[in-house]
Design a protein around this ligand. Structure first.
Ligand code: NDP
Length: 255
């Protein structure tokens, strides 16, 4: 019997798919049968991720792109359609953070974080929309954060961008439901990746506090996100749209 989460014949594009959460999602989608295009800025990370995907028997391709640029977003969608002939699943995962107190950010830093984390999600989704609409449907998965829900004193622009990702998700879901396109967000808890490794504001004390506050009693691993992504990419989530699903070991459930 075919798995309800079988993605054979589908094509996914994962921004920031060359490491961390994005690569784990790309692997999960690939293991479910999907061909996967990944995109990032770093050629070495792209090459290593592509090798890891193909070693698992996943049909994959990697593109160098900066999702801050609208033309690059359009190019990524175009390259995916040229290489694989279709685009069924878009995962807007590329993102970054700069951690400091609100009064210490420049406006340029604030704008950059909004551009990378939020505006890119809008530009990628609207670039993918015509192909998905013309194909009769598609799946868009946006990566939010616990800061989509909570304020963090050291992440004002990041939190503003990730709060925006959830509202953008709802608007796109409402607009495109009749086109057969479902748009949902995943809100990761604290996940052990390059973004959250020690340094840049992440102290051993903060790491311990986060672990103690997480009901599951541990940090998340990138692979923890794959199952939710496969569900939201599959036909089994066709009546699920506009949601924001925490994958956080209970972090957001605990008062
Ligand atoms: P990583 O730093 O490991 O991954 C970030 C990815 O985004 C990299 O692949 C990076 O590729 C890519 N990227 C960043 N900026 C750009 C850009 N301008 N253009 C193209 N690609 C870009 O971190 P995570 O895996 O942790 O983060 C993935 C997503 O998950 C982000 O949106 C993050 O905000 C979110 N998240 C992470 C959490 C965590 O605890 N780790 C918690 C909640 C949300 P390259 O280096 O090649 O540019």
């Amino acid at each position: 019997m075919t798995s309800p989460f079988d993605l054979t014949g589908k094509v996914a594009l994962v921004t920031g798919g060359n490491g961390g959460i994005g690569l784990a999602i790309a692997e999960g989608l690939g293991q479910a049968g999907c061909a996967v295009a990944i995109a990032g800025r770093n050629p070495g990370k792209n090459a290593a991720a592509l090798a890891a995907l193909t070693a698992q028997g996943i049909r994959a391709a990697a593109s160098i792109a900066d999702v801050v640029e609208e033309a690059e977003c359009r190019r990524l969608v175009g390259e995916t359609l040229d290489r694989f002939g279709r685009l069924d699943i878009l995962v807007n995962n590329a993102g970054t953070n700069i951690r400091k107190q609100p009064q210490d950010y420049s406006a340029a830093e604030f704008r950059l974080l909004i551009d990378i984390n939020l505006t890119s999600t809008f530009m990628m989704a609207t670039a993918a929309y015509p192909a998905m609409r013309d194909a009769g449907g598609g799946k868009i998965i946006n990566i939010g954060s616990m800061t989509s829900l909570f304020g963090a004193s050291f992440a004002a622009p990041y939190g503003a961008s990730k709060g925006g990702v959830v509202q953008l998700t709802k608007a796109l879901a409402s607009a495109w439901a009749r086109d057969g396109i479902q748009v949902n967000a995943i809100l990761p808890g604290w996940i052990d990746t390059d973004l959250t490794r020690q340094g840049d504001g992440i102290t051993p004390e903060l790491r311990e506090r986060i672990q103690a506050r997480t009901p599951a009693g541990r940090w998340g691993q990138p692979g923890d996100l794959a199952g939710a992504a496969v569900f939201l990419a599959s036909a089994d989530s066709d009546f699920v749209t506009g949601t924001a699903i925490p994958v956080d070991g209970g972090y957001s459930a605990q008062g």
